[in-house]
Design a binder for this molecule. Structure first.
Ligand code: RIB
Ligand code: CA
Length: 306
């Protein structure tokens, strides 16, 4: 399989951190062209600080970080404190980076990169979709030049985790999600339907702890903190898919996002589409199954390489 050249758009966030570390450990399958940050689990200054801390922790200061949008397109509802801790990485005191984010805005970086390399770049949003939506609005010409979007977000056939029917990334910015999911760009969607099966069990923690490297020890401590509030490793499913797509199975569907503040705000509803029968509607490949044991074996094996 050809190497994926990706932009990770993220809101670190502990599971975002694990997704990035997994990508860093997989240079044969993934080249991260840049990391863009967005308001999500914690505020934009913190998600940007955390993206820098994660690259520094892994010695990957060569990967540029670009700060993006500081709030959703429309003001959302008040939020609960994050399961990722006040600093977004489990309040462990992970060392700050000595390098800074780039001056260019994330939205402009996404636009410039896609225009410079048409058909080559896969966007991997694992936080709210604000940056991606703004890039599509600011420069519509990128839509047919993005190779594909592989995203974590939504809950199509299962309950939400932030409201009854809404998953966090979509709930924070449903208007952005509607823009992206109806764009017609080839999209592979990792919703809670599948990521809920990527569960951190005691047995899996014990396995990770065995002969853990220094970076793994930090990652495990972050996951232990985060696991207290959410035991699922949502975002690493996106990176794992780029490494070994056979871990997953899915169905094709059109996705509708509820943007009604008085309705099921942030809900993602699917209408199944028989393959090849999309009648020109924007179809997403919605991942519904994962071999979770093989997924954790992959995460364990690759994190040991850092
Ligand atoms: O609902 C899970 C998603 O919300 C993950 O991306 C997590 O990092 C949070 O952003
Ligand atoms: Ca995230």
């Amino acid at each position: 399989m050809a190497k994926s050249r990706i932009i990770v758009d993220c809101d670190p966030g502990v599971d975002d951190a694990i997704a990035l570390l997994l990508a860093f450990a997989s240079p044969d399958e993934i080249e991260i062209v840049g990391i863009t940050t967005v308001n999500g689990n914690v505020s934009l200054p913190l998600t940007t600080r955390n993206a820098l801390r994660i690259t520094a922790m892994a010695g990957r200061q060569d990967i540029p970080v670009y700060a993006g949008c500081s709030r959703p397109i429309m003001p959302g509802h008040p939020r609960e404190p994050s399961v990722h801790g006040l600093d977004g990485l489990g309040d462990l005191g992970v060392a700050d980076a000595t390098h800074a984010a780039e001056h260019q805005h994330a939205v402009d970086f996404i636009i410039d990169t896609v225009l410079r390399e048409p058909g080559q770049i896969t966007l991997c949003p694992i936080g709210p979709l604000t940056n991606i939506a703004l890039a599509l609005i600011k420069e519509p010409a990128i839509a047919d030049k993005i190779k594909s979007i592989v995203l974590m977000g939504g809950a199509v056939f299962s309950p939400g985790n932030t409201a009854t029917d809404a998953e966090f990334n979509i709930w924070i910015d449903p208007h952005a999600a509607q823009i992206v999911l109806s764009s017609g760009i080839p999209i592979t969607m990792f919703g809670l339907d599948v990521t809920r099966h990527a569960t951190l069990t005691k047995e899996r923690f014990d396995r990770l702890e065995r002969d853990a490297t220094p970076i793994m020890k930090t990652a495990i401590a972050m996951m232990r903190y985060y696991g207290g509030g959410d035991p699922s490793l949502h975002d690493p499913c996106v990176t794992a898919f780029l490494i070994d797509p056979d871990l997953f199975k899915g169905v094709d569907a059109t996705i509708d996002v509820d943007c009604d503040p008085k309705g099921a705000y942030g809900r993602t509803r699917a209408t199944l589409v028989k393959s090849g029968a999309s009648k020109g509607q924007p179809v997403c490949h919605v991942i519904t199954e994962v071999d979770d044991e093989r997924l954790f074996q992959l995460i364990d094996r690759r994190l040991r390489l850092l």
